[in-house]
Design a binder for this molecule. Structure first.
Ligand code: SF4
Ligand code: SF4
Length: 422
């Protein structure tokens, strides 16, 4: 994905990790020039063998570039599209700057628009504020309404943080019932004072392992961050609600990715992949970095105006970055029963130690163990249905139709009448 306005944003969300990246390019205007735009579009299209090509825009706030920038991008994409290729466009936005003109463009070109919103107003406005510290919920909702009026396909990107972590159903039902969205992504906020690196946690001394779950020396997690146990309970609560009512109707990215793991197919969510390396980011000036979470001098791969994006993607440093995710797992993960689904999650969060003191355990481990263990039974059922060519949403009927006095097929260990057949 590309960041045409770099980290620049019209808002000032308290936990945003992009805003600090301005210091990487002192004095820069943070606007992607036309030669970089052309190189990005052309190289993304050239780099694809598959008929479907996705062109993705991120920020900061990409709409700060103005509508005409995206008109030029669309024209370039058409110019470089090869016969038989289908183009898909996605953009992630806070929604506050959207107008009829934007939404008309998105609708005509089939954009999938990701809206950043953290739940109903009292939860969203806790951290999603503007430069004056003012709440933004009303402005985001104005954008959502405009998108819906124009029939634009949208998904919701919700960060889970200290403010909303104990309100999973308020958050999920707000998206499902009030916003009427079908695609939901949850992202845990894990904010540290010193970033970790994928190869070795920053500040980590392998001889200084601490108690289970304690952060390693030099790393402090901010109080806005999600609590690991709360993260697990959040996912479990949303999953149970989704399983009862919404399978096949609402798509929660994390649950889709989990089902892929139970089906033993790639899930399309990098945090749960065995290795990293394919989620590169192109900055406004053409600099390409290993990952959006590692936009720093050490992870700068090169510049796409000098070296083709595909060459940078396949370069030894980037392949080493990707393999480090798998190769740096602590023994505790290697012996974990849900490793096949979790894969130690994102390396940026691996800054705690295992129960026997080995560094490199993911801060969110407790949450993921809880979640993946909880979903094992239903995931097995859904995977079985899918393998037999049946829709996964039949799972609700299987669960509620189970003989009432026998063990619930979800694997909870309870009788069905006390579980899903209740
Ligand atoms: S570092 Fe984290 S966000 Fe980046 S590609 Fe790896 S898993 Fe994904
Ligand atoms: S649940 Fe914990 S131990 Fe298991 S793979 Fe994930 S981070 Fe490692």
């Amino acid at each position: 994905m590309a960041k045409p306005a770099g980290p620049i944003c019209n808002l000032n969300c308290s936990y945003c990790y992009f805003l600090a990246k301005e210091s990487l390019y002192p004095g820069d205007r943070f606007r992607m020039p036309d030669d970089v735009l052309e190189a990005y579009i052309r190289q993304v299209i050239e780099g694809q063998d598959a008929p479907d090509v996705t062109i993705a825009w991120q920020g900061g706030e990409p709409t700060l570039m103005g509508v005409d920038f995206f008109r030029r991008a669309l024209a370039l994409a058409e110019e470089h599209r090869r016969p038989g290729q289908r183009l898909h466009h996605t953009i992630q936005t806070n929604g506050t700057l959207l107008t009829d003109e934007w939404c008309d463009l998105f609708a005509r070109h089939g954009f999938l628009v990701g809206i950043s919103i953290d739940g109903p107003a009292h939860l969203h406005d806790r951290y999603r504020v503007d430069k004056k510290g003012e709440p933004t919920f009303e402005r985001v909702m104005r954008g959502v309404e405009l998108l819906k009026r124009h029939g634009v396909e949208l998904n919701v990107l919700c960060t889970v943080n200290a403010a909303n972590q104990h309100h999973p159903l308020d958050v999920y039902r707000f998206f499902r019932d009030d916003l009427g969205v079908e695609f939901v992504q949850f992202i845990p906020v894990v904010e540290t004072t010193i970033p970790a690196t994928p190869a070795a946690p920053a500040g980590a001394d392998p001889h200084l392992g601490r108690g289970a779950g304690e952060t390693l020396p030099g790393i402090v997690v901010t109080d806005r961050s999600v609590d690991p146990e709360a993260w697990g309970e959040f996912l479990v609560a949303v999953f149970d609600e989704w399983l009862r009512h919404d399978v096949g109707r609402v798509f929660v990215q994390m649950f889709d990715a989990a089902l892929a793991s139970w089906l033993d197919v790639p899930g399309g969510l990098c945090i749960f992949a065995e290795t990293c390396g394919d989620a590169v980011v192109v900055e406004h000036n053409g600099d390409m970095y290993s990952c959006d979470h590692f936009v720093d001098p050490e992870h700068r791969l090169g510049n796409i105006t000098q070296t083709h994006l595909v060459e940078l993607l396949a370069s030894p440093p980037q392949r080493a970055f990707g393999a480090a995710k798998r190769d740096s797992l602590p023994r505790y993960c290697l012996e974990c029963p849900v490793l096949f689904a979790c894969h130690g999650e994102c390396p940026k969060n691996r800054f705690t130690s295992t129960p026997d003191g080995e560094p490199g355990l993911n801060y969110l481990c407790a949450g993921y163990r809880r979640f993946f263990t909880h979903v094992d039974g239903p995931m097995r059922l859904m995977a079985d249905l899918v393998r037999r060519g049946r829709p996964a949403d039949e799972v609700a009927a299987v669960l509620t139709g189970a003989p009432r006095n026998e063990a619930c097929p979800c694997g909870s260990g309870r009788k069905a009448k006390h579980c899903h057949a209740r």
